[in-house]
Design a protein around this ligand. Structure first.
Ligand SMILES: Cc1cc2nc3c(=O)[nH]c(=O)nc-3n(C[C@H](O)[C@H](O)[C@H](O)COP(=O)(O)OP(=O)(O)OC[C@H]3O[C@@H](n4cnc5c(N)ncnc54)[C@H](O)[C@@H]3O)c2cc1C
Length: 288
C-alpha cells in the first residue's frame, strides 16, 4: 500500500525541528524510518507532517566513558554495534543489538528511534530497562531526562510528548563483579523474537548478590524482574527453576500468530535458566 499524503520538512537545526513539531500537532519525527515507514505504508499511521531529523547536527555520536554509553539520536544501530568501546564498557548493548533485525535495517535504523518506538518485542527498550538507563529529550520548554522507569507507559507508547525530540540515550556501564548474557528465539535470525531474555548477575565472592532479568515479547511493555531472592545467592538447577517460577508469576505471555502463550512461557523458562547461568559464568570470569 502507499502512505496517506503528508507534508515533509527537513530542518537543519534542533530549534527549527522543535518549531515544526510545535506548529503541527499531527506531526511525527522521522529518524531511520525502519519502523515508521512500514506503519505509513500500511496506513497504521497517517501523520499530517513528517519532521525528518537527519540533517540535525551533532546527534550521530556514540560516546563511551567510565560511567556508561551515550548514544545520539542519529547513531545507527550498526555504528553502535561495531564500536569496540561500547562492548568494553557495557557488553549487553552489542549482545542485544546483534539480534536487532538484519544488517540493512541496522544500517539505517537508529537505537534511539527504537527506544522511542517502545515495542515490547524489541531488544533495546528491554535492555535500557534492565540497565536502568535514561533518555534525554528536548522540547519547547528545554531539555529533560526521562528515567527508563517512567519511559514505557503502554504497548508501543512512550512518555515522550508529541512536541519533543529524543536527543540521547544513556546506558550505564557494567558494574564490578558483574556478568551479562542475552538470548532470544526467533523463527529466523533477525526477525522479531517470540521471546528474548537478558540477565545481569553480580557476585560478592561466590555469592550472587543481585540478579535481574529482562524479557521481550512476553508483556505489553518491556519487563524486568528481580530474581535475587528466588536464586537465594547461588546458581543451581533448583535455584534456576525457582527463578524461572518467580519470573513467570509476573509475566503475562499472550497468544498471537507467532506463538501460543504456553509456548512463550516455556521459552521464557528455558531462556531464564540459560542467560542467568551464562551471566553468572561471565561474572565469575570477570572476578578471576
Ligand atoms: C523487517 C524489519 C525487521 C525489524 N526487526 C527488528 C528487531 O528484530 N528488533 C528491533 O528492535 N527492531 C526491529 N526493527 C525495527 C528497527 O530496529 C527500527 O530501526 C527501530 O525500531 C526504529 O528506529 P528508526 O530510527 O528506524 O525510527 P523511525 O522508524 O524513524 O521512527 C520510529 C518511531 O520513533 C519516533 N522517533 C524516532 N526517533 C525519534 C527521536 N529522536 N525523537 C522522537 N521520536 C522519534 C518516530 O516518530 C516513530 O514514531 C525491524 C524493522 C524492520 C523493517
Amino acid at each position: 500500500m502507499k502512505p496517506a499524503p503528508f507534508d515533509y520538512v527537513r530542518p537543519g537545526s534542533l530549534e527549527e525541528a522543535l518549531q515544526a513539531l510545535a506548529g503541527h500537532p499531527g506531526a511525527k519525527v522521522l529518524a531511520g524510518g525502519q519502523s515508521l515507514v512500514p506503519l505509513l505504508s500500511m496506513r497504521l499511521a497517517a501523520p499530517a507532517v513528517l519532521v525528518d531529523i537527519n540533517d540535525l547536527p551533532d546527534l550521530d555520536h556514540v560516546r563511551v566513558s567510565a560511567d556508561g554509553v551515550r548514544i545520539g539520536a542519529l547513531a545507527r544501530h550498526a555504528a553502535v554495534l561495531r564500536d569496540p568501546d561500547v562492548a568494553r564498557v557495557q557488553p549487553l548493548v552489542p549482545l542485544a543489538l546483534a539480534n536487532v533485525a538484519h544488517a540493512t535495517i541496522r544500517n539505517r535504523g537508529t537505537t534511539v528511534g527504537s527506544l522511542v518506538h517502545a515495542d515490547a518485542a524489541a531488544e533495546m527498550p528491554m535492555v535500557l530497562r534492565l540497565l536502568d538507563g535514561s533518555l534525554d529529550v528536548a522540547g519547547p520548554g528545554g531539555r529533560r531526562t526521562i528515567p527508563v522507569a517512567e519511559l514505557y507507559v503502554g504497548p508501543l507508547e512512550s512518555s515522550l510528548h508529541h512536541d519533543e525530540i529524543a536527543v540521547e540515550a544513556f546506558f550505564p556501564a557494567l558494574a564490578p563483579h558483574t556478568g551479562v548474557a542475552f538470548e532470544e528465539i526467533a523463527r529466523r535470525h533477525g526477525d522479531y523474537a517470540m521471546c528474548g531474555v537478558a540477565a545481569v548477575v553480580t557476585l560478592d565472592g561466590d555469592r550472587v548478590v543481585q540478579a535481574r532479568a529482562g524479557y521481550l515479547s512476553v508483556s505489553d511493555v518491556p519487563a524486568v524482574i528481580d530474581l535475587t531472592d528466588a536464586l537465594g545467592g547461588e546458581v543451581t538447577e533448583a535455584s534456576l527453576a525457582a527463578a524461572a517460577d518467580a519470573a513467570l508469576e509476573q509475566l503475562e505471555p499472550e497468544t498471537d500468530i507467532h506463538a501460543t502463550a504456553d509456548y512463550r512461557a516455556h521459552l521464557a523458562r528455558v531462556l531464564t535458566a540459560r542467560v542467568v547461568t551464562a551471566a553468572h559464568e561471565n561474572a565469575r570470569e570477570a572476578r578471576s
